[in-house]
Ligand binder design. Structure first.
Ligand SMILES: Nc1nc2c(c(=O)[nH]1)N=C([C@H](O)[C@@H](O)CO)CN2
Length: 118
């Protein structure tokens, strides 16, 4: 299986367990690896034959910007489900981080894998 990836995608959203977090927008950072087969696109050299990382990134940004959750777990599941449903992706690994959420740490968050790895 090959991988198309999006790294360090930064999006403003509302996420957090505290009242003050539900009243603000803060940055989350996303890494997304998606299983695919790059060989058809490598052969044809046409965008129609590949998983378009720009289309996926635009859709992730739209979802996250319009989302409001308490837990990063809930937001990560929302993103993973959308990608698996709307794009030809059988498997993905998603990291969702909150930079600066914990003093002394550059980032906290979660990493999930969903779908079947070929
Ligand atoms: N496993 C998690 N732990 C925590 C979360 C979370 O979403 N998942 N969230 C918080 C707070 O919102 C924190 O980020 C505020 O600084 C704490 N722990």
């Amino acid at each position: 299986m090959d991988i198309v990836y999006i790294r360090d995608l930064r999006v403003m959203t509302t996420v957090g367990i505290f009242d003050w977090e539900q009243a603000i927008r803060q940055e989350v950072r996303i890494d997304l690896e998606m299983g695919t087969d790059i060989r058809p696109g490598a052969k044809s050299d046409r965008i129609e034959d590949v998983l378009d990382y720009k289309s996926v990134a635009k859709r992730v940004i739209k979802l996250v910007e319009n989302n409001q959750r308490e837990l990063v777990e809930a937001m990560a599941e929302d993103i993973a489900q959308m990608v698996l449903e709307e794009f030809p992706v059988p498997w993905l690994r998603l990291t969702l981080g909150k930079p600066g959420a914990v003093r002394g740490s550059s980032e906290v968050g979660i990493c999930i894998e969903r779908g079947e790895r070929a």
